[in-house]
Design a protein around this ligand. Structure first.
Ligand code: HEM
Length: 308
């Protein structure tokens, strides 16, 4: 299988820097060349600051892919699945290029982010820059540990990466979805601990999963823990991080998967709920403000871009 970008399956870090760009007209050749140089740039800084555990991911937006690489398209790459039901929204934003830089040093992330911007120069417009951080022992800003039920070890690769037999041209790549959620922490913090725990279906301090029969059907972990017709778990690899300042705060949600379907099914289950109208109660306290779908091709694909 082609070599995947190291940041996709990397373990959590202390700091994240997410750069979202749009490509400017007639700059595709320049952008392709710049992108083909980015893996080497990440490697150089990872060597120079080896204690920082730096990794990067480069991904191309579903709406930009055909311009970026007209020769071929990942088999299942499609636009972000916009959803609306009641007061629950999953909007889409137009983003052409996604760069994720994660490490254990905010200063190193800053240096590498600046270098990425310099490399793209005036070929792109920076739409958004999200600086994210690890909160306490890997908690979301609502105070609950995030990522506990994520796939572990080598299994992360199985969940996150496209296999050769599924798409020979794009194996080792990953379908990526992002959503920037903004929390209403005033509303959230006004609740008692037990009420908050019911929203997730897990305890807060010691992060224990509720017994199945005690989990409300509206709990976030109930709505997102799905099985296929054969009873196999439907999974994604979450690499989300908290972000924010004293004006706006929330979670930058990041999902990698071998297919776009699992994310879509989970989001559907959160927003539209089950046949009895049980929707995800977490969405009363947080609101998605952006959403985008990308493909993060393998390192092998990116290195071959130089020649294309
Ligand atoms: C603001 C938005 C969100 C927050 C704060 C949040 C937070 C959490 C937390 C605290 C957990 C429990 C611990 C864990 O296993 O990680 C969890 C579980 C999970 N979340 Fe989210 N999440 C958010 C959005 C989403 C979205 C949009 C999806 C998918 C579309 C998703 C999918 C999952 C999955 C698959 C699990 C594991 C369920 C299980 O097997 O128990 N989450 N989330």
């Amino acid at each position: 299988m082609a070599r995947e970008q190291f940041g996709i399956c990397a373990e959590p870090n202390l700091h994240g820097s997410y750069l979202l760009y749009n490509a400017l007209d007639d700059k595709n050749t320049f952008i392709r060349a710049a992108i083909s140089r980015l893996p080497a740039l990440f490697d150089d800084y990872a060597d120079q600051f080896s204690e920082a555990n730096l990794t990067g991911v480069i991904a191309i937006g579903a709406n930009y892919w055909d311009e970026f690489y007209p020769q071929a398209r990942p088999a299942h790459l499609s636009a972000f699945p916009v959803m609306n039901c009641g007061d629950r929204f999953a909007p889409a934003s137009n983003v052409d290029i996604y760069i994720e830089i994660r490490s254990d040093r905010a200063d190193v992330n800053h240096i590498v982010s600046s270098k990425v911007c310099q490399l793209f120069a005036d070929s792109v417009e920076l739409i958004e820059h999200i600086q994210a951080f690890r909160f306490l022992d890997g908690r979301d800003l609502t105070g609950f540990v995030d990522g506990t039920e994520n796939p572990q070890g080598m299994y992360r690769r199985e969940v996150a990466l496209v296999k050769t037999e599924d798409d020979a041209l794009f194996d080792g790549g990953s379908y990526l979805h992002t959503q920037r959620y903004q929390h209403n922490l005033t509303l959230w913090n006004a609740m008692k601990n037990k009420e908050q725990e019911d929203v997730y279906g897990r305890t807060k301090l010691d992060n224990i999963e509720y017994k199945s029969e005690e989990k409300p059907l509206t709990a976030h972990t109930k709505r997102t823990s799905l099985k296929d017709e054969q009873g196999n778990a439907i999974e994604i690899l979450r690499q989300s991080m908290p972000y924010g300042d004293m004006k706006r705060q929330g979670l930058f949600f990041v999902s990698y998967c071998h297919s776009p379907k699992p994310f879509e099914l989970m989001l559907k289950s959160m927003i539209y709920g089950d046949e009895h109208g049980n929707v995800d109660h977490l969405l009363k306290y947080t609101q998605a403000e952006s959403g985008a779908a990308f493909f993060a091709p393998s390192l092998t694909f990116l290195s071959e871009l130089k020649e294309s």
